[in-house]
Design a protein around this ligand. Structure first.
Ligand SMILES: C[S@@+](CC[C@H](N)C(=O)[O-])C[C@H]1O[C@@H](n2cnc3c(N)ncnc32)[C@H](O)[C@@H]1O
Length: 351
């Protein structure tokens, strides 16, 4: 990618305010259900106030919305005054992107929505069988990066890849809003090394992913990023807000570790821990034989190796699809229909 920061829209601009923002359509309920919040107010910004009031106006020159869904934040940004000069939203869910392109993009010059053609068991089971792809943005151009409830759906390798992409596209003065579920691997006496990500659903790995706080901060540092601000969730175990920026010499990460913030990680309870938990951290360390309790994981576990390769059973699916494709072209229409059906069934989808 070049370092030319194109702020002008790539698509033909629509007339300014072609649709009064009060008349902007709201996504249908079935699309809202996919992104979580469903109330009209969650998609609306009637006062035109900046959606992140603490940011300077310059932060909105190029907004990149990773996992933009059906435009919950885009709609509020369109209503915002001043409106971002350029906005690019990407999402693997074709239906949500189509909706946003039809209903939001025409009302807002400089706003684009792109289908991100990567596989997600929960959101995009029929997409191309690959686990990540580069962002459609030039190096160092994005002034505000948003990933709201997105890293909470990505595997550890995907997260590493997309953190490196975030670091690539972020402008020198850019900031990134990210949200995360966290746990403390160090508090679990039965694991000595990792895992650093917990998957809430064994079939749909993207349903909810919870990251170890130590692993996270090390991954952020390795990508040349720094934490500017962290907001713990209002309810223990819910999403943390973490603001990232390019790392400068001498940066101190504003990110709590150890006892600080521990009452908000996943697994924390409203009650204090029972007295059977030893006060002495050394006792837990000795239970976790060979434990690296409290230490940062070895560097090789926090470096992105590029787009993650397909793993089983995805690799197997990809192989079968290729095989079907070869046979399909050589067969009669009836056979083609049978093979098409088989191909459709070779897809993980919510049943
Ligand atoms: C909980 S929704 C949040 C949507 C939006 N950011 C918002 O705040 O309204 C999670 C979004 O992440 C997207 N997503 C899931 N897997 C993804 C992936 N591998 N890459 C990019 N986006 C992904 C989903 O399609 C979905 O739109």
């Amino acid at each position: 990618m070049t370092a030319v920061c194109e702020v002008a829209p790539r698509t033909a601009p629509a007339p300014q305010d072609a649709t009064p923002t009060t008349l902007l359509p709201l996504p249908p309920m079935e699309l809202r259900a996919l992104v979580g919040p469903r109330d009209d107010e969650d998609f609306d910004n009637p006062t035109g106030a900046p959606i992140y009031p603490h940011l300077p106006e310059s932060a909105y020159r190029f907004v990149f919305d990773f996992g933009c869904g059906c435009g919950r934040l885009a709609r509020r940004l369109i209503q915002q005054r001043p409106r971002p000069k350029r906005y690019v939203g990407i999402d693997p869910h074709r239906g949500m992107i189509d909706w946003a392109n039809r209903h939001l993009a025409p009302a807002a010059p400089g706003f684009e929505f792109h289908h991100h053609d990567v596989y997600s068991p929960g959101y995009a089971p029929t997409n191309r069988l690959r686990l990540a792809d580069h962002f459609p943005a030039d190096d160092g151009c994005v002034s505000l990066f948003i990933a709201h409830s997105v890293f909470t759906h990505l595997t550890l390798d995907q997260t590493l890849f997309y953190l490196s992409e975030l670091a690539r596209v972020l402008a020198p003065d850019g900031v990134a809003f990210t949200s995360w579920f966290f746990f403390d691997n160090a508090s679990l006496p039965f694991w000595s090394e990792g895992p650093y990500a917990l998957y809430a659903d064994e079939k749909h790995f993207s349903a909810a992913v919870i990251y170890d706080r130590h692993w996270f901060i090390e991954a952020v540092r390795q990508q040349g990023l720094a934490v500017r601000e962290t907001k713990p969730p209002q309810v223990p175990g819910h999403q943390w807000e973490v603001w990232l920026a390019r790392r400068q010499p001498g940066d101190q990460d504003r990110f709590p570790l150890g006892p600080e913030g521990a009452e908000y990680v996943c697994g924390a309870t409203w009650k204090p821990l029972p007295v059977t938990v030893p006060d002495d951290p050394g006792v837990i360390a000795s239970i976790k034989t060979g434990s690296r309790r409290g230490q940062i994981p070895p560097p090789q576990t926090v470096r992105s190796g590029g787009v993650p390769p397909l793993f089983e059973p995805l690799a197997e699916l990809a192989r079968l699809r290729e095989e079907i494709e070869i046979h399909r072209s050589a067969r009669t229409p009836l056979w083609r229909r049978v093979l098409d059906r088989l191909r459709r069934q070779l897809t993980f989808s919510r049943v």
